[in-house]
Design a protein around this ligand. Sequence first.
Ligand SMILES: Nc1ncnc2c1ncn2[C@@H]1O[C@H](COP(=O)(O)OS(=O)(=O)O)[C@@H](OP(=O)(O)O)[C@H]1O
Ligand SMILES: Nc1ncnc2c1ncn2[C@@H]1O[C@H](COP(=O)(O)OP(=O)(O)O)[C@@H](O)[C@H]1O
Length: 200
Amino acid sequence: MSKSTNISWHDSIITKTERQTKNKHKSAILWFTGLSGSGKSTITVELERKLYQLGIYTYRLDGDNIRHGLNKNLGFSPEDRTENIRRIGEVAKLFVNAGVLTLTAFISPYREDRNQVRALVAEREFIEVYVRCSLEACEHRDPKGLYQKARSGEITGFTGIDAPYEEPINPELTIDTEEQSLDEAVQQVINYLLENEYLN
Ligand SMILES: Nc1ncnc2c1ncn2[C@@H]1O[C@H](COP(=O)(O)OS(=O)(=O)O)[C@@H](OP(=O)(O)O)[C@H]1O
Ligand SMILES: Nc1ncnc2c1ncn2[C@@H]1O[C@H](COP(=O)(O)OP(=O)(O)O)[C@@H](O)[C@H]1O
C-alpha cells in the first residue's frame, strides 16, 4: 500500500543493459533461503570472495547486517518478517539495476514473501537457492547459541522451533549442507551461473 501521491518516475539515461555490458556479466539476485544455521552466511561470504576474484561486481545483503541499519525497526513477528523481505527485495532490485550480482542471505521463511520478490524483477533475475539442512543439524551447529535460547524460552518465535519455515517448492538451486562441503556448494552456484550464461 503506497502512501505517496503526486510522484512520478524518472528514468536514467544509462540502462541496466548498458551497465551489464560494461561489467561483462549479467546482474541478478541470488536469493539464499534456509533455517538459521543452515549455512547461508558462510556460503554467501565464500561465494562472494570467489566471484570477486573472477572480476564480478557483487554485493551481499545479510539478515543480521541489514537488521542493524535499514531494518532496525523490525522484529520477528510474521508482519515484520514480511516487511523485512519486502524492503530487501526492493534494495536488491536496485542493485540489479546497477548491474550488480546481488547475494542475499535471509531466512525468508514465507514462500509468498519470496515469490513477491521474484515478481519484482525479470524472470531470470531471481535465482532462489534453498540452503537445506535439517533442524536437528542446525540445532546441533547452533553457531550463535540461539537455538539453545529458543529451547529455554529466552527467545520466542524462533524459526524452526515455534515459528514456521516454508521450504521452497521449485528453487533454481538446492544446496544440502549436511551432504556438501562449503567448496562444493560454492562451485555448484558458480557452475549454475556459467551454464546459464550469467557469467562468461
Ligand atoms: N526469532 C528469531 N527467528 C529467527 N532468527 C532470529 C530470531 N531472533 C533473532 N534471529 C537472528 O536473526 C537472523 C534472521 O534474520 P532474517 O532477517 O534473515 O530473518 S527473516 O528473513 O526476517 O525471517 C538470524 O540469523 P541467521 O542465523 O544468520 O539466519 C538470527 O541470528
Ligand atoms: N557445508 C557447509 N556449508 C556451510 N556451512 C557449514 C557447512 N558445514 C558446516 N557448516 C557450519 O554451519 C554454520 C552455518 O552458520 P551460518 O553460515 O551463520 O548459517 P546461517 O547464515 O544460515 O544462519 C557455520 O558454523 C558453518 O561453519
